[in-house]
Design a protein around this ligand. Structure first.
Ligand SMILES: NC(=O)c1ccc[n+]([C@@H]2O[C@H](COP(=O)([O-])OP(=O)(O)OC[C@H]3O[C@@H](n4cnc5c(N)ncnc54)[C@H](O)[C@@H]3O)[C@@H](O)[C@H]2O)c1
Length: 463
């Protein structure tokens, strides 16, 4: 096995994943050329600006001290690089599989650029793909277009990231685990050396075959979606059980080291660009492998039903058909403008579909929501505008500004509004104790039992 020193890296795809990772690699000392078909992203990088909204991205680009440039010409970037990392979209097909349309376009262009190149080159796929894809269609396309066999001079890896939008840079630099599916030990070692250089911690590096890595990636996210759905089920039970409180129950559950605290909130269904898709993809992978997909399917169906459950609950608090619901939060989580499969968006659509007047607010996602929502949805530019227009408010995303809503704010303009807090995040004690506050996952107050202390002479008799 020969050692291959990686100094220059091409990053194909400068989106939500690619641009922060390109910046981290350059900040760590690699010479990085980013490639995107979108000239606006290329221009942003070359001007030292963040092409997407991500925490610390602009600062990380500036720490790269000129080692990060970008181009729309993939061949120029790949020809000069020792490694090519592919981070293009893999949209879901109608049957739940990840489409390879963009990955294969990028791989073919990479392969063509490698035709005349001498010396070792590593190609790594970071985009999420189905089990069997890297060793199948991807490898075939790379070998066909490059005219080289994967092995001696051409390494191939599959290395997806476990990052969350809003903390992509922190997560990339401090991973729990680095997952590497490798064509051979040389390819895996070359990629591992990049992570060892860039990461601020000493992550567990899990190296394995392509298919095991492909399955691991979607299994990790599907395990988390199952955990979220389980906690939501506990929340649903608590909601109807006098005296029960999901935070108390899941707080104790999380203390068991076999379970752990993370993703055990018991609030709304999961959303975003990864969890729903990865869960459905695992179910599809199970079916394609002629294995049972019941658990993954059930998690998906339960999660899809969450929004109907919430919409029905909201409607029980509307005392007039003209009453307006204010949906607080359209992004799938705080600190991002991404709205894909967000519960706020789905709730807004469900209520509007029921004919309920809705006004929606979000600190960051209004523009994205406007682009996909029907014309009959109203949007509030400010939280105050939403509070003023709504009769019943629902916190669907726990943005920090929503935790600061007070009893006084709800009681303004001479009327009381109800607040349904899906995350139990409001801090104002007076509001939490008022009759206008409904916490999801908290049961009705326990009925006070009137103990009848009627004592009669016979009951005092000792037998
Ligand atoms: N965003 C996440 O949180 C996240 C997390 C883990 C994994 N992933 C996976 O990473 C991959 C990328 O996700 P993303 O969120 O960064 O997508 P994105 O849509 O934000 O960015 C993809 C970029 O690739 C560019 N592109 C498409 N085809 C190209 C080509 N042939 N050459 C050059 N550029 C091209 C697009 O213009 C776009 O800028 C997906 O497979 C996704 O499932 C994403």
């Amino acid at each position: 096995m020969h050692e291959s020193k990686i100094e220059r890296i091409a990053v194909i795809g400068l989106g939500k994943l690619g641009s922060p990772i390109a910046a981290c690699l350059a900040a760590a000392g690699y010479t990085v050329v980013g490639v995107d078909t979108d000239p606006a992203k290329v221009e942003a990088i070359n001007a030292g600006h963040a092409p997407v909204n991500e925490t610390d991205l602009e600062a990380t680009i500036s720490r790269s001290e000129g080692r990060l440039t970008a181009t729309t010409e993939i061949d120029r970037a790949v020809e000069q690089a020792d490694a090519t990392l592919i981070m293009v979209p893999t949209p879901s097909d109608p049957d739940g599989r990840f489409s390879l349309k963009f990955v294969l376009a990028a791989i073919r262009a990479t392969g063509r650029a490698l035709r005349t190149r001498r010396g070792y080159h590593l190609v790594s796929i970071c985009s999420t793909v189905m089990p069997g894809a890297t060793g199948g269609e991807i490898r075939e396309a790379l070998e066909l277009t490059s005219g080289q066999r994967v092995g001696e001079t051409l390494g191939l890896c599959y290395s997806p990231e476990f990052i969350a939008l809003g903390s992509v840079i922190r997560d990339y630099l401090n991973p729990d685990m680095v997952l590497i599916g490798e064509s051979d030990p040389c390819a895996g070692a070359a990629l591992e050396s990049i992570y060892r250089t860039v990461c601020h911690n000493e992550p567990s590096v899990q190296r394995m075959s392509f298919v095991n890595a492909e399955l691991t990636k979607i299994a990790v996210n599907s395990y988390i979606t199952t955990k979220i759905t389980f906690a939501n089920m506990i929340g649903g039970i608590c909601q109807n059980l006098p005296g029960a409180d999901v935070d108390v129950v899941t707080g104790a559950l999380g203390c068991d080291s076999r379970i752990g605290r993370k993703y055990l909130k018991g609030a709304v269904g999961y959303g975003g660009p990864c969890f729903p898709r990865d869960n459905v993809a695992l179910a599809r992978a199970a079916e394609l492998a002629a294995s049972g997909a019941d658990l993954a399917r059930s998690v998906d169906q339960t999660n899809r039903a969450e929004v109907r459950r919430l919409a029905d609950l909201v409607r029980t608090h509307l005392t007039d058909s003209q009453h307006t619901v204010g949906v607080l939060g359209l992004s799938y989580k705080p600190h991002t403008e991404v709205i894909e499969q967000s519960q706020g968006l789905l709730l807004t659509q469900a209520l509007a579909g029921d004919g309920v007047p809705v006004i929606a607010h979000d600190p960051a996602a209004l523009a994205n929501a406007r682009a996909v929502m029907a014309d009959d949805i109203r949007f509030a530019e400010t939280l105050e505008e939403c509070l003023a227009a709504a009769d019943v408010l629902v916190i669907t995303t726990p943005w920090p500004q929503y935790t600061q809503i007070t009893n006084a704010m709800l009681a303004g303009a001479g009327r009381h509004r109800k607040l349904i807090d899906c995350w139990r995040c409001v801090e104002d004690v007076a509001l939490r104790e008022s009759a206008d506050y409904i916490a999801i996952g908290v049961g009705p107050r326990e009925a006070t039992v009137d103990i009848d202390v009627h004592v009669n002479a016979t009951s005092l008799q000792v037998a």
